[in-house]
Design a protein around this ligand. Structure first.
Ligand SMILES: Nc1ncnc2c1ncn2[C@@H]1O[C@H](COP(=O)(O)OP(=O)(O)OP(=O)(O)O)[C@@H](O)[C@H]1O
Length: 252
């Protein structure tokens, strides 16, 4: 029992989530089979509880950057550090983390996440891939009790079929699935894509609240509702180079 508790504590502690900075230094990604690198010498820093934005042309490499930070892909060179997040294997909080340690500390919400739901109901989606022992299910229930009201999902019965929900509510469900793992860092790929104006406003408002708890990095080229929430921004240029931009942008 002690071993399970220790493992859960390491995966996602229930104490206050640490204030975490995203620190990427000189990151390059050149997968086998591509002529040129997809990302070249990318450096960025998002301070704790701030929201960073990366925008840029389609195909520039924005989603690839999120996948690298989340630990889904191995960089060719450079470092990715979640400063302040508890490191696995006894690593110091500021030590460069391995991909699997980052995977445990980040919540990545893909573009159109509702297309990737694996279960029929919110309850099943939240429990998917969650350890099925009683202790752990109690912990999931506790976390859902915090996350669902914060996302305005507490009035929805947990056994409601996900396909019956509106697009905006499906988007909230996808955020809930990421947040019950208590990530130190939230990575969002085009969080408002495909939503109607009301849902866009609702999700932007939810993201504004999340920013108070979590460090967020958003990839988007659709900035209207997000603009007031952004603290630091970069433009990704073709060839996967990142250029810092002044934020808020100067009005012409
Ligand atoms: N492992 C890989 N091997 C080869 N090519 C890849 C690999 N991963 C991504 N790509 C290619 O790299 C390019 C950048 O993709 P990415 O999805 O990161 O761009 P993006 O800026 O997010 O675009 P969009 O705004 O359209 O989502 C694409 O052309 C993609 O097909």
């Amino acid at each position: 029992m002690q071993a399970i508790q220790a493992q859960l504590q390491q995966q996602a502690p229930d104490n206050e989530p640490p204030s975490t900075e995203i620190n990427v230094q000189n990151l390059c990604y050149h997968p086998a089979g591509t002529e040129a690198p997809l990302l070249s010498d990318v450096t960025l820093r998002v301070p704790p509880k701030q929201m960073g934005l990366v925008y840029g042309r389609s195909g520039a490499g924005k989603t690839t950057l999120l996948q690298l930070i989340a630990g889904l892909t191995q960089p060719t060179s450079g470092s990715i550090t979640l400063v302040g997040a508890p490191g696995g294997n006894g690593a110091a909080p500021s030590a460069v983390m391995t991909s699997s340690e980052r995977l445990a500390r980040t919540g990545l919400v893909f573009q159109f996440p509702e297309r990737h739901f694996l279960a029929a109901t919110l309850q099943q989606e939240l429990a998917f891939a969650w350890p099925q022992d009683m202790l752990s299910l109690q912990q999931l229930s506790c976390r859902a009790g915090v996350v669902l009201p914060a996302l305005g999902l507490d009035h929805i019965p947990l056994d409601t079929p996900l396909r019956q929900l509106s697009d905006g509510y499906k988007r909230r469900c996808a955020l809930a699935v990421a947040l019950v793992r208590r990530p130190s860092v939230l990575l969002l790929d085009e969080p408002l894509a495909g939503l109607d104006w009301q849902s866009r406003a609702d999700i932007a408002s939810v993201l504004g609240k999340l920013k108070q708890e979590c460090t967020v990095l958003v990839v988007s080229h659709d900035l209207r509702e997000l603009e007031p929430l952004i603290d630091v921004a970069w433009e990704m240029e073709p060839g996967g180079r990142l250029k810092p931009v002044q934020w808020p942008p100067t009005k012409e």
